[in-house]
Design a protein around this ligand. Structure first.
Ligand code: 5AD
Ligand code: SF4
Length: 469
């Protein structure tokens, strides 16, 4: 038998890309490719790229430069594919600019990878960036039980792709196209399969996930709240999260879901971008700061233990000191447990990129420094307030030292505990004892594995053994 071909996928950017990378890997596994974790011994390298900011997009070219050097040194040609959002945005340009690239494939065509690779083997420079009529999810392979077990007890599942909001800074509507939701039955089937393989927590992902409006079994559109309810009911699934959401799409049902569904984790990523109404309008965000405050209040009212995280952009064209002060004020008023903040990066083809009043780099640096300092203080005080609290921690993987297991709190904090390896994949009741900048540490008080084990976790452990055998 010939050696299996080795595949190395490197993902940049958001969780959608992490999910896509897994589905590409699963699809190519069916063609006999096995995963490797280094480009050096790969026969096929896929760079799964991000176009959201200039810096992210540039990474692909430095990575391609590295690959070219590596191939020269090794005296061996490896097939190189560029996938993801840069592939979608730049298409044939990439093949022209980087001779090492054999194939360019946009996010909507991953199901066609096997045939595209076959044609790139015949002739370099295959470019596929169409938005095909067929649903790629119908043709992408599901993960095998081994792949599910290897990836651990948490999983991402794409439920919605694309965006119709057209924020003036954002490339997503161009790279990922119009908003499309997968039907409920398909998502339920996928999650049931993951749960059967030992997954306990799913994060439903989409560029604008709370605009989800997939069809239910009777052909009627259902919202995200309904989807979450269906996912939470699947045996084995203990936790559900969703990301990334838009304030405009936090409807009554979804807010009520935070009250009614204990499985829905009390941690909500709700990007606001700016605290200035003038800028929110210029960004075409379709909401003002008052609406943001109102949503935060309403979710807090039904789920008092909820914590928020957000995304911010500083230095959007025309941003004045006053606008920025409004952002700082919004942060002070809401209080975030975590956040991502970015300097504005003009993206080709987006309306804001051609604004005359771009903000000088020095001003952006000053503002982002101040904003991040404030957000870090808030995160530190949130973490500190967790000392002495008791949480259910989903035990995910072995820690650095023997006996240590790393899990996640409801708020996505990493929590280190002492526990046996067999407890991975179960929920432990943990009291938080130590708090540091990167993680928390706690003591296990009990839980599915420790109190003799709930049926679900015992079954899970048995399944793991079967997989490994
Ligand atoms: N410049 C800087 N940040 C951006 N984001 C999106 N587009 C840009 C841009 N052009 C940020 C937003 C978004 C996150 C995923 O990336 O904050 O929520
Ligand atoms: Fe980057 Fe957006 Fe594409 Fe995700 S969807 S990889 S954030 S450009």
């Amino acid at each position: 038998m010939s050696e299996p071909r080795k595949l190395y996928v490197k993902s940049f950017g958001c969780q959608m890309n992490v999910y896509d990378a897994q589905r590409m890997t699963d699809t190519l596994a069916r063609e006999g490719y096995v995963e490797t974790n280094s480009a050096e011994d790969a026969d096929l390298v896929i760079l799964n790229t991000c176009h959201i900011r200039e810096k992210a997009a540039e990474k692909v070219y430095s990575e391609l430069g590295r690959l070219r050097k590596q191939q020269e040194e090794q005296g061996r040609k490896t097939m190189v594919a560029v996938a993801g959002c840069v592939a979608q945005a730049e298409g044939a340009e990439i093949v022209k600019r980087a001779r090492v690239v054999d194939l360019v494939v946009g996010p909507q065509s991953y199901h066609r990878l096997p045939e595209l690779i076959a044609s790139a083997e015949q002739k370099r420079g295959v470019v596929e960036t169409e938005f095909p009529v067929e649903d790629k999810f119908d043709f992408l392979a599901p993960p095998t039980r081994q792949a599910i077990a290897r990836r651990g007890p948490t999983a991402f599942v794409t439920v919605q792709e694309g965006c119709d909001k057209f924020c003036t800074f954002c490339v997503v509507p161009y790279t990922r196209g119009a908003e499309v939701s997968r039907p409920i039955a398909k998502i339920v089937e996928e999650v049931a399969r993951l749960a059967d393989g030992g997954v306990r927590e799913v994060t439903l992902i989409g560029q604008n996930v709370n605009a989800y409006h997939g069809l239910d079994e009777r052909g009627r559109p259902a919202g995200l709240a309904e989807l979450v309810r269906r996912i939470a009911a699947i045996e084995g699934i203990a936790r559900v999260r969703y990301t990334t959401s838009h304030p405009r799409d936090m409807d009554d049902e979804l807010i009520a879901a935070h009250r009614d569904m204990p499985a829905l984790m009390p941690y909500l990523h709700l990007p606001v971008q700016s605290g200035s109404n003038r800028l929110l309008a210029a960004m075409n965000r379709k909401h003002d700061r008052e609406l943001y405050f109102e949503i935060v209040e309403r979710v807090r009212a039904v789920r008092p233990d909820i914590a928020f995280s957000s995304d911010f952009i500083v230095g959007f064209p025309g941003e004045t000191d006053e606008d920025f002060a409004d952002t700082m004020d919004l942060v002070e008023k809401v209080g975030f447990a975590g956040a991502f903040s970015f300097k504005y990066s003009p993206r080709p083809g987006t309306p804001a990129a051609t604004h005359a009043d771009q903000i000088p780099e020095a001003v952006m640096n000053e503002r982002i420094y101040a904003l991040q300092a404030l957000l870090e203080r808030q995160k530190a005080s949130f973490d500190e307030a967790c000392r002495g609290r008791r949480f259910d921690i989903l035990l995910e993987k072995p820690g650095r030292l023997p006996g240590q297991i790393i899990g996640r709190s409801p708020y996505l904090q990493s929590v280190v505990v002492l526990a046996p390896r067999e407890a991975i994949g179960t929920l432990a009741r943990v009291e938080i004892r130590e708090v540091s900048t990167r993680s928390l540490a706690g003591e296990v008080l009990g839980g599915e594995f420790f109190a003799g084990g709930a049926a679900a976790s015992a079954a899970h452990v048995m399944r793991e053994e079967k997989v490994e055998a």
